[in-house]
Design a protein around this ligand. Sequence first.
Ligand SMILES: *[C@@H]1O[C@H](CO)[C@@H](O)[C@H](O)[C@H]1NC(C)=O
Ligand SMILES: [Zn+2]
Length: 343
Amino acid sequence: MHTNLLTAFGLLSFCRLFHLQNTPSFKMKFIDIGANLKDGMYQGIYNGKTENPKHEPDLEHVLRRAWDAGLHKIIITGTNVADSQSALKLAQSDERLYSTVGCHPTQCTEYESDPDAYSQSLDKLIREGGNKVVAFGEFGLDYDRLQYCPKEIQLKYFEKQLNLSLNHNLPLFLHCRNAESDFMRIIKEYAPKLSRKGVVHSFDGTTQQALDLTDLGFYIGINGCSLKTIENLEVLKSIPEDRLLLETDCPWCEVKQSHAGYSYVKTKHDNVKNMKWVPDKMVKSRNEPANIVQILEIVAAVRGVDQERLGSKIHTNTLRLFFPHELAHSDTTNHADGTERAV
Ligand SMILES: *[C@@H]1O[C@H](CO)[C@@H](O)[C@H](O)[C@H]1NC(C)=O
Ligand SMILES: [Zn+2]
């Protein structure tokens, strides 16, 4: 309204000054690419004790904290047919939520009862989900937890889902735990056929594996479980910047005080034990999307780079893999935002 009283230059300087004084830290934009929001912990259920919830369902508070913390999209991980179905349903309730569809290696015995029907159910969910389903997964190999599903069965459904994924034009959301050689042998065979590649999430592998995966065109997802040891932090330094993605894997994989990465955490939130639940506080030992800033803080510090610049780079990586359509016109959108802020 005072535009006519000021030269354009004067107005711009005034706004710059205002901007500097009032918003000293640029508000980071995050996308959590791995959030298990359908986990019982967000219903107050811990250790599977459905008959004895520790507190009322509080996903709305968890999500409010996420949006307040700068998250603007969250991808909910689907880990079997039923879970993928409820993840999709939740995703359909908010335009900022998306989901994945797949069968986790620890759940593969479920697939075994009627493999073709199971594949069809996955297929059907992907088709029903439309643009809400942004990845095929979570699937892969987990040799740390063979008690849930034997190796041979895991291998069979890793391949079966890779085959199935060729019918869909989706990036993959992959899990690999203590299974590097089988995982790499199989993924190398499929990579040329996978047009959009994908991410190996919760990465805790070797530098060699990270480089092999990025050479194949895959991205690497980093969360608290990727930052536990000094070796993990060394591997992190070797990952090409344009292949890095951030996630929480909540309610799992929080950054614990005993982890090597913890000393780099700057943002710490108050929390209470689940018995002492209050709506406005995080629950101790239950991770949530708002904690994603801690992952960025550690990754930037370990790699010795500017946090804001890295965050913005990773945000672009995330759009490139999961939301390429938005990246195509986000350049002009950002420009418009910037201009608006300056005037
Ligand atoms: C995957 O597809 C290949 C090629 O069609 C086939 O030979 C293989 O048996 C399939 N694997 C599974 C586990 O279905
Ligand atoms: Zn996983």
